[in-house]
Design a protein around this ligand. Structure first.
Ligand code: SAT
Ligand code: MN
Length: 607
């Protein structure tokens, strides 16, 4: 108990609301020790050494992967758990048809019972953090309380955190309280496991109170509460109330051969290539991409009346399989610099990491379960949702505007999904509301980023389906009203819908993707400049056959033509699915979106 008293009686802050909350949580969860995290290198060294000694982390080869570590989770705790994720608004209607809901008082009752004594035998860490630069006019503070040292180490990478945040918070700053426990108390003498977790999981948000409660899982999206929970679910509710948008978007800075600069955001579902596009190495001469963010963007109006985007995170939490020097050389270079955590990837015999898609498989590996693996083994060596977690500052193509609290002014927004058919490589929306329609009807095949079946087509509005912290109908309306708030519609970003994943009849991809996506960005820029050639199809502007620059590319021109084709019959099949989707929202669905659908039906010759 002394270690608890030390943490509680000599706190490094006088913030009354924070101190009250910390005391309340400690009394409820009864940890053995209470530690205030300072965010220092010494703290990182101490925690990672402890985790290695304990068997949660494996230290990697210092020469190849300096200061880097591998974690293997419990095999049941490998992804976000959408069916256990709740939006506990006071009114059920405010959670809407796309979220799980429970009455907040009932949920607080259930979770308080689960939290009672849940940190017994463990250390309770207090992590003050800030989403976005601390120097912002209104810094977005949070404090996470967790009993997982893996979470603390990951938060070192993913957020600005520690003493400097606590200091900036002073005695009265607002902050989002975010409580996390793996839910595995230890009785005296009980031996711990390397990856404690609980079969019962809850990832809960109280949007009106701006509060997060998470229980039972140690996996990233469920436990690093600054990420999806704060920056998207609570963030979107804050944005609704204050006229801004919290979005599941990458941010990149594109410079043309003439030296013109454009900023583009892109919303794609988890595991659909956001990180690759954010760090893309253009294959066409003279073009340059610099990275600003790979997962989350907060969009607000700047003084110039344009929409600006800022990445609230400080690290990259990317899907490992498929990442290599061909698909994403800049991610590989970021990882070479070390100071990274890997989760559920394979370990090579010389202490390096390996995953599917990283060249030829070595003869022997230790797989993500900790077992011997050879190329003849059944199943992959790395979990399909295995991750690298690495400081964004190490990215060799990081844009210098990265630390600017205002972010960058956006020229174009890309929405994208993973669809084998129907959706062309790229389509430009007619105007903002048409762009909102494209986002609201976005669809994608499911991936391993969430538990459940992979490859099923589902609607994923703005790639935010699992992350909208309120009624999605109200969210569509908010998108429309953000557009209306523009002092000049000409200043709004232009919206595009992209699909790198369209396939031919034999199942092969029609478009090479990866670095070649720069060719699509080039067309986007040409459209912004009023030059790129397009035909106005029923679904929007699509490139004319010759409009996409394929110089030096050995893609069959027929494949390219097929990738941008608008197949009216396929689109007609899409319409009843969209009607069914829109009907879910009842009178919450903005009339303007029904009108967009009607107009589309007319253009397809359906009414
Ligand atoms: O699993 S996370 O939510 O952390 C990442 C993702 O799914 O985009
Ligand atoms: Mn994501």
């Amino acid at each position: 108990m002394d270690a608890v008293k030390t943490g509680l009686n000599q706190p490094p802050t006088q913030h009354p609301r924070l101190l009250d909350w910390v005391k309340e949580v400690a009394e409820l969860t009864t940890p053995d020790r209470v530690v205030w995290c300072d965010g220092s290198d010494e703290e990182w060294d101490r925690l990672t050494s402890e985790l290695v000694a304990f068997g949660t982390l494996t230290k990697l080869n210092e020469e190849k992967r300096p200061d880097s570590f591998l974690a293997r989770t419990d095999p049941t705790d490998v992804a976000r758990v959408e069916e256990r994720t709740f939006i506990c608004s006071h009114d059920k209607a405010d959670a809407g048809p796309t979220n799980n809901w429970m009455d907040p008082e009932q949920m607080r009752g259930i979770m308080t019972d689960l939290y009672r004594g849940c940190m017994k035998g463990r250390t309770m860490y207090i992590i003050p953090f800030c989403m976005g630069p601390i120097e912002a006019e209104n810094p977005m503070f949070g404090v996470e309380i967790t009993d997982s040292a893996y979470v603390v180490a990951s938060m070192h990478i993913m957020t600005r955190m520690g003493s400097k945040v606590l200091e900036a918070m002073g005695d009265d700053a607002q902050f989002v309280p975010a409580l996390h426990s793996v839910g595995a108390p230890l009785e005296p003498g009980q031996t711990d496991v390397p990856w404690p977790s609980n079969e019962t999981k809850y990832i809960t948000h109280f949007p009106e109170d701006r509060e997060i409660w998470s229980f039972g899982s140690g996996y990233g999206g469920n436990s690093l509460l600054g990420k999806k929970c704060y920056s998207l679910r609570i963030g979107s509710a804050m944005g609704r109330d204050n006229g801004w948008l919290a979005e599941h978007m990458l941010i990149l800075r594109l410079t043309s051969p003439e030296g013109k600069v454009y900023h583009i955001t892109g919303a794609f579902p988890s595991a659909c290539g956001k990180t690759n596009l954010a760090m893309l190495e253009p294959t066409i001469p003279g073009w340059k991409v610099e990275t600003l963010g790979d997962d989350i963007a907060w969009l607000r109006y700047g003084e110039d009346g344009r929409l600006w985007a800022m990445n609230p995170e400080y690290g990259l939490f990317g899907v490992a399989p498929g990442t290599d020097y061909k698909t994403n050389p800049n991610a590989m270079r970021t990882l070479e610099k070390g100071h990274s955590l890997y989760t559920n990837v394979a370990l090579t015999d010389d202490g390096d990491i390996w995953w599917e898609g990283m060249g030829e498989a070595p003869d022997h590996l230790i797989d993500w379960h900790g077992n011997d693996w050879t190329p003849n083994s059944k199943g992959p060596s790395s979990h399909p949702n295995s991750r690298f977690c690495t400081p964004i500052k190490q990215c060799p193509v990081l844009a210098e505007q990265y630390d600017d609290p205002r972010g960058v002014p956006i020229d174009a927004i890309l929405f994208g999904g993973r669809r084998a058919s129907t959706i062309p490589l790229v389509t430009q929306a007619r105007d903002w509301v048409h762009g909102v329609y494209m986002g609201a009807t976005l669809s994608s095949e499911t991936t391993a980023a969430a538990t459940g079946k992979v490859g099923v087509v589902r609607r994923d509005p703005m790639a935010m389906l699992p992350f909208i912290g309120y009624n999605a109908g109200d969210y569509f309306n908010h998108w429309i009203s953000v557009g209306k708030a523009a002092d000049d519609a000409q200043k709004l970003p232009s919206v595009f819908y992209v699909n790198w994943f369209r396939r031919g009849e034999d199942g092969r991809f029609l478009w090479p993707g990866f670095g070649e996506n720069a060719r699509v960005l080039k067309w986007v820029v040409e459209r912004l400049e009023g030059r790129g050639e397009a035909v106005e199809s029923p679904i929007g502007f699509v490139p004319t056959p010759g409009a996409i620059d394929i110089s030096g590319l050995d893609t069959d021109p027929e494949d390219l033509a097929a990738s941008v084709r608008v197949d009216v019959e396929e689109w007609k099949e899409e319409i009843p699915l969209v009607e069914e989707w829109f009907a879910k929202f009842g009178d919450k669905l903005p009339a303007m979106l029904w009108a967009e659908l009607d107009a589309l039906k007319q253009r397809l010759g359906m009414n």
